[in-house]
Design a binder for this molecule. Structure first.
Ligand SMILES: Cc1cc2nc3c(=O)[nH]c(=O)nc-3n(C[C@H](O)[C@H](O)[C@H](O)COP(=O)(O)OP(=O)(O)OC[C@H]3O[C@@H](n4cnc5c(N)ncnc54)[C@H](O)[C@@H]3O)c2cc1C
Length: 176
């Protein structure tokens, strides 16, 4: 079986590793950008997602670039305590939660994909056909009047259009 994945983000790279672990090794990840850089912010990966990455044999690599999150605390701008709650293993999960930089996580996954599936498994500067095809929409802003008393707007229209193109029904705007 040959599998083509569009996008070498966290999802695409993890999917490639999962397919490889399931015995499907003819996998190619096509990434639109010509160069991948470790972009992003610090994010928190919750235990159910870390479980999947650990199952893929990435425990040591995760521990090397992430911080196991023990608690989540909200403070005011003056440092007054609002709320704390335990997280990850401190909250009783079998797997940790990690605070981790998105870009470093992506680079770690990229390295693992190239090691396991081969250096040519990720093709950069190669947008999938989906990005060159204009999606077909079943709903257009002018085809449906907004609820009475409410004005339509270009921003709302494009949100509804995107939802329709992704297969979801257009949402009724909740406020004008
Ligand atoms: C500010 C912020 C904070 C966040 N915090 C958290 C958090 O704490 N915890 C958490 O779990 N998540 C968090 N997220 C969400 C998380 O970062 C995303 O869900 C995740 O990165 C999505 O991964 P992805 O691979 O689906 O998409 P992306 O990382 O966006 O990757 C998609 C890739 O596909 C490529 N691409 C797109 N179209 C094509 C095409 N047609 N052909 C080829 N390549 C294509 C793009 O160039 C890109 O490299 C946060 C997001 C933001 C913005």
């Amino acid at each position: 079986m040959r599998v083509v994945i569009a996008g070498a983000g966290i999802a695409g790279l993890t999917a490639a590793l999962s397919l490889h672990a399931a015995g499907i090794s003819d996998v190619t990840v096509h990434e639109a950008v010509a160069e991948l850089h470790p972009l992003g912010v610090g994010i928190n990966i919750l235990p159910h997602a870390i479980r999947e990455l650990i199952e893929l044999g990435l425990a040591d690599r995760l521990a090397a670039i992430g911080v196991a999150t023990a608690d989540l605390t909200f403070l005011t701008s003056r440092g007054q305590h609002i709320w704390s709650e335990p997280r990850g293993q401190a909250a009783g999960y079998r797997w940790p939660q990690y605070s981790i930089h998105r870009g470093r996580l992506q680079m770690m996954l990229l390295e693992a994909v190239r090691e396991r599936l081969g250096p040519g498994a990720v093709v950069l500067g190669s947008p999938s056909p989906a990005s060159t095809t204009t999606p077909t929409c079943s709903w257009a802003p002018t085809a449906s009047a907004p609820p009475s008393g409410r004005r339509s707007s270009p921003a709302r229209a494009s949100r509804c259009r995107a939802a329709t193109c992704c297969g979801a029904a257009p949402r009724t705007p909740s406020r004008s």
